[in-house]
Design a protein around this ligand. Sequence first.
Ligand code: AMP
Length: 510
Amino acid sequence: MNANLFCALRQAFPADLDDIAIETTDVTPLHYTWRDLERGTAMLANLLDSLDLPPGARVAVQTEKSVEALMLYLAVLRAGLVYLPLNSAYQSAEIEYFIGNARPAVFVCTPRSFGWVSRLAFSAGTAHVFTLDESRGGSLLQRAAVHSDGHVPAQRSADELAAILYTSGTTGRSKGAMLSHGNLLSNAEVLKTLWGWRAGDVLIHALPIFHVHGLFVASHGALLNGSKMIWLSKFEPRAVIARLPQATVFMGVPTLYVRLLGEAALTRDACAHMRLFVSGSAPLLLDTFEDFHARTGHTILERYGMSETGMLTSNPYALKDGFRRGGTVGFALPGVGVRVVDDSGAACSSGEIGHLQVRGPNVFKGYWQMPEKTKEEFTGDGWFRTGDVGRIDAQGYVIIVGRSKDLIISGGFNVYPAEIESVLNDMPGVAESAVIGVPHVDFGEAVVAVVVARAGAVPDAAALIIGLRDRIANFKVPKRVFVVGELPRNAMGKVQKNLLREQHKTLFAT
Ligand code: AMP
């Protein structure tokens, strides 16, 4: 049997290849049939085959989002090579690091960046640099056009690499998570069943495709169900709302939900045809969860996962399995183990906060060329240390409390930022907050909060501190509170606490 992930996705194409697989939301929408996907990926895979690359060769891709870029991903799988997507916002110093670390044989970039990318790539030994723009221009498609539109997928075992996903690196240098065909397929199959993918489903795809959420969870979900996608090259709340009546599934990071709620057109009627709204990649504020329910009648399903593992937990889809509980990321997925341990590695009891560790067929094969780092991140009995801190309640719901690297130790006490953030977020005038630790001469670290005001409100920092003193232990109360316009976030909506720590690092240093 060929365990190449492409084969499983291809097998799920509907019988009628002339059905529409992807529809864009351009002014003049483009329609791609399943046959277009079959033929386009074959031509691209034949082009890749013609380059005679060694097994395991990496194809690095930094382009804008387009259907052709998705086809390129599928073609890399089909040709049995290793796909390496890169955030389109990365600049030359970052790209230089990825090229040096991953040594790709092929680099696909935008025509705009060809000059500097090709210079970096060729000098690092990359043999081929192609271009692809968002309107089907560039050398990649020109070169593929002369190749046959028939292609036999490369034979791959479940353990062979399909992709390397670089972690977003909010707490250090990016590491390349090596994911196998088996890792990706097992996760896609579990989610297909769990989230009730069915005939007639249509996905609104508005996420970037350089990240696990848009590339794997969303695209695999639709492809493995033979479902049509409505394809937005960039998230635009009004464009999403306009297409909700033709769709059934939407996936977004929390900021996308906040932006949807900012539109008066988001109503119960607009969402009447929808079956499922999924959120993940960063914590969904309870306010957003509740406001969305009040406005649309839909309960957002929050799930939790990471580049190294794909999805790990999910709130229940079907009512028979339980309620979707805001502020939690639900239950461990079928076949996935999630446990909480203390600093010594001993199991925590139910409800106790500790380090989240996971295992399962979805867990990656290690960090690219970092065997030492890989070894550090796995326990002796084979569990992966996620770096997330959390707890599992008596019903089995997982609650994430923060990243272990964000844990603050002030005067010897452990302070979990998420606990203080949730108290702050409930205080008058506060929309959201980020709590960080900064160096302090006496305490080691001091707690500092950065707060975003609700529209129209002007929260007073001193009053917030006084309010917190009534609610939480003194050692957890921030020494300083800053009110700001917005929190710094990366492309996936994660708050970049490293930037906040950097900004405030000298507050109590002397
Ligand atoms: P990435 O590899 O970029 O997807 O980042 C993975 C990290 O995002 C996880 O380790 C979590 O810290 C965080 N994350 C993902 N989903 C959630 C969620 N639903 N709630 C809280 N944090 C999340």
